[in-house]
Design a protein around this ligand. Structure first.
Ligand SMILES: NC(=O)c1ccc[n+]([C@@H]2O[C@H](COP(=O)([O-])OP(=O)(O)OC[C@H]3O[C@@H](n4cnc5c(N)ncnc54)[C@H](OP(=O)(O)O)[C@@H]3O)[C@@H](O)[C@H]2O)c1
Length: 312
């Protein structure tokens, strides 16, 4: 099969489109014919990309842990999934991913593809949808009437989080540059701050939650906008525990996990018109290098997708 192999963490010739062995599913796993995956431009630098949980170095990993496709083989121990089913999933980060014609996933990570989405749109959902869901509902326990500030609201995680928080009945303040303001209003954001001209900490006070998808200085400047006893979650860089203590704020950093049940709930929101994935651009798999380069610019609206054309 054809696949993208990652040859280094950065630099030219990082992504190579070449032949790769077709993966073999094991017990409890399924083989998926990939229709599309998404780009997570930081993936080449993640430790999980280069080492298995058992500490084995991975030479030329295949990126892309979002997958939308069709189940073509089910192994022993798999229940509730049939060959031919259209599915979507977030697969474990230490595995070879879905920037390939075929990929393998644990059956327990795989959910039916939302019926109202094509594969190209569906591939942009699992990673960012689960990240937003787990941040808002598992870690923050967000409830109706609460307020939150979302940094990077127009991005992959942010655009999901804005919609999910509105669905949950929260008041959403979002940061984005001017060209994304009208877009964010269509997603339901109540207030939008132009972060290039306004210091958000001068206009936002006492929110229940900050969800930071930007990190760095944006994270550092966020402590004072959270009310005492509130929460600051970052998925971009770990918040300082000293700062959390000093400001009387709970802080959370986590790494998203695959979750079939949550993908089913997210799929229901999509199929009932309450959540829509945002696709910035679709590239063919062979142009993964250009796709990652565009994402690396840091101004993607929603997700960049890789379309996989299966030769069989
Ligand atoms: N921990 C985890 O499990 C996990 C899971 C998923 C993602 N992540 C991480 O979360 C981060 C976000 O991922 P993503 O895919 O959502 O990012 P992304 O799509 O690449 O984010 C791009 C967006 O960020 C906005 N942006 C850039 N600088 C900003 C700033 N200073 N203030 C406000 N918005 C700004 C841009 O909006 P404008 O064009 O308007 O500037 C753009 O829409 C990444 O660091 C990623 O690695 C972590």
């Amino acid at each position: 099969m054809k696949a993208i192999h990652l040859y280094s963490q950065s630099g030219p010739d990082q992504f190579v489109f070449e032949d790769a062995p077709k993966p073999q599913p094991g017990v409890g796993e399924v083989l998926i014919r990939v229709h599309a995956t998404s780009v997570m431009w930081q993936e080449p630098t993640w430790p999980e990309t280069w080492k298995t949980p058992a500490g084995i170095e991975r030479q030329h990993p295949i990126p892309g842990h979002d997958v939308s496709g069709e189940v073509v083989e089910v192994e022993a121990g798999v229940t509730g999934i049939a060959v031919g089913e259209a599915i979507y999933a977030l697969t474990e980060f230490w595995r070879d991913g879905a920037a390939a014609e075929y990929t393998v996933a644990r059956a327990t990570d795989v959910a039916p593809k939302p019926r109202t989405l094509g594969h190209l749109q569906a591939a942009g959902v699992p990673l960012v949808g689960l990240t937003a869901w787990q941040a808002l509902f598992e870690h923050a326990g967000l409830t109706s009437g609460q307020s939150l500030l979302i940094h990077g609201a127009a991005g992959g995680v942010g655009s999901m989080a804005v919609q999910m928080a509105k669905w949950a009945g929260a008041t959403v303040i979002a940061t984005a540059s001017a060209h994304n303001h009208a877009f964010l209003r269509t997603l339901g954001a109540d207030e939008i701050i132009e972060y290039t001209t306004t210091r958000f900490e001068e206009v936002v006070h006492d929110v229940d939650l900050v969800l930071d998808t930007v990190g760095g200085e944006t994270l550092e400047r966020s402590w004072t906008v959270v009310k005492k006893g509130g929460m600051l979650i970052s998925v971009a860089s770990p918040p300082s525990t000293e700062q959390a203590k000093a400001h009387g704020v709970r802080s959370v950093w986590f790494i998203v996990e695959p979750n079939r049940e949550q993908l089913i709930q997210i799929g229901n929101l999509i199929d009932t018109g309450q959540l829509r994935p945002i696709t910035e651009r679709v590239f063919p798999l062979s142009e993964a290098s250009q796709a990652f380069e565009q994402a690396r610019q840091g101004h993607t609206r929603g997700k960049i997708i890789l379309r996989v054309e299966n030769e069989e």
